[in-house]
Design a protein around this ligand. Structure first.
Ligand code: MRU
Length: 354
């Protein structure tokens, strides 16, 4: 794959001789460990266990997993190949339920196969490799375009609050929400970031702080429950987050706690922006109530690594995402432009241009 060699650019997924390596995001920032994957089962487990996470990144990983699965299929005919390929895609699709990019990428891989059934099994395998690499390369380009559209919304000198990690680590590179911030910095603006720590998985503390520090973008870490205080003190100028799925009406699923931040932003008259590629928009769902919300292991709340924080046997509820209603969203930034106001029309037009 043709990735420009630039050691400063963070890309959490890389290719070496027909295998892929992923940076283990569970271990950052303490350790930078890369694991190597060559089967679809290994990639599925990496997505499930959050070695790789963030909506666009898991879409990319799923496409790579599907390619790995495809190349190991033994089939007499293209039709037989396609039946086996769909089963592989089903395994990958079941790894995480909320981020629609996962299903979007697998649908694209299946669509390629189904629309080329007149080709040989070998040609289909080569085509699927090409498709997976194209999905990876396109993702970073899309983020850079989204950054250019979004940075005009960020004033010079802005102090920008973000939640979770919607950065290079959550994508093939550059990031969605952090991509907009990177683009603002590249445009010569002085921007500083306030990063919510993002309990319980701590994507803000561990990942956002790590990647912004690497880029020399000023970042201040706060606990999730400090955002309202900072807003009340006039210490935040706007909020920008990523998304895992955007419904047709503009309701946004993102990391748990995003809704709270959006309510606080409304109370303090601060713009609340969402940066998400078109692959995150799900027009099949009319509103956010239909978006499946992943529930994760209680241990994420009761423990930090092996240290127990909560009493043995306590009941725990651990939804990984929440829904921010579109009335709280000032604008949705995609690679096609900035959508405001009538999300139903604006988002459908974005999809039509895909
Ligand atoms: O559980 P995660 O870490 O996969 O959740 C990630 C998020 O919620 C991100 O904010 C979202 O995927 C946007 S990433 C560009």
């Amino acid at each position: 794959m043709s990735c420009p060699i630039d050691s400063k650019v963070i890309r959490p997924i890389r290719f070496i001789a027909g295998q892929c390596q992923m940076l283990d995001q569970r271990l950052l920032p303490a350790e930078e460990v890369w694991h190597t994957y060559k089967t679809y089962q290994e990639v599925a487990e990496a997505i499930r266990s959050m070695v790789v996470r963030g909506a666009p990144a898991i879409g990319v990983a799923a496409a790579i997993g599907a390619w790995f699965g495809a190349r190991d299929i033994e089939a007499e005919s293209s039709w037989d190949f396609f039946q086996q390929f769909k089963e592989i895609c089903d395994v990958l699709a079941a790894t995480r339920p909320t981020a629609v990019n996962l299903v979007w990428a697998l649908d694209r891989m299946k669509h390629f196969t189904e629309s080329n059934l007149e080709r040989s099994v070998l040609e289909l395998k080569i085509g699927l490799e090409y498709e997976a690499l194209a999905i990876t390369e396109e993702d970073e380009k899309i983020n850079r375009t989204m950054g250019k559209h979004g940075e005009v919304l960020i004033p010079d000198g802005a102090r920008v609050l973000t939640h979770c990690n919607a950065g290079a680590l959550a994508t093939a590179g550059y990031g969605t929400a952090l991509g907009v911030i990177r683009a603002a910095v590249e445009a010569g603006k002085k921007v500083s970031v306030i990063a919510d720590e993002t309990r319980p998985f701590l994507q803000g503390a561990r990942l956002t702080a790590w990647e912004l520090q690497k880029d020399n973008i000023p970042v201040t870490l706060i606990c999730d429950n400090m955002a309202g205080y900072l807003m009340s003190k006039g210490a935040i100028d706007c909020v920008i987050v990523g998304a895992d799925r955007v419904a047709a009406n503009g309701d946004v699923a993102n990391k748990i706690g995003t809704y709270t931040v959006a309510v606080l932003a409304k109370e303090h008259n601060l713009p609340f922006y969402v940066a998400a590629p078109v692959s995150t928009i799900d027009l099949s769902l009319s509103d956010g109530s239909q978006i499946p919300i992943e529930e994760r292991d209680a241990r994420e709340l009761t423990h930090i690594k092996d240290i127990q924080l909560a009493p043995e046997g306590v009941d725990v509820f651990n939804p990984a995402f929440d829904i921010t209603p579109q009335r709280l969203v000032t604008a949705i930034i995609t690679e096609k432009g900035v959508v405001q106001g009538d999300y139903l029309t604006g988002l459908s037009e974005n999809i039509r241009q895909r």
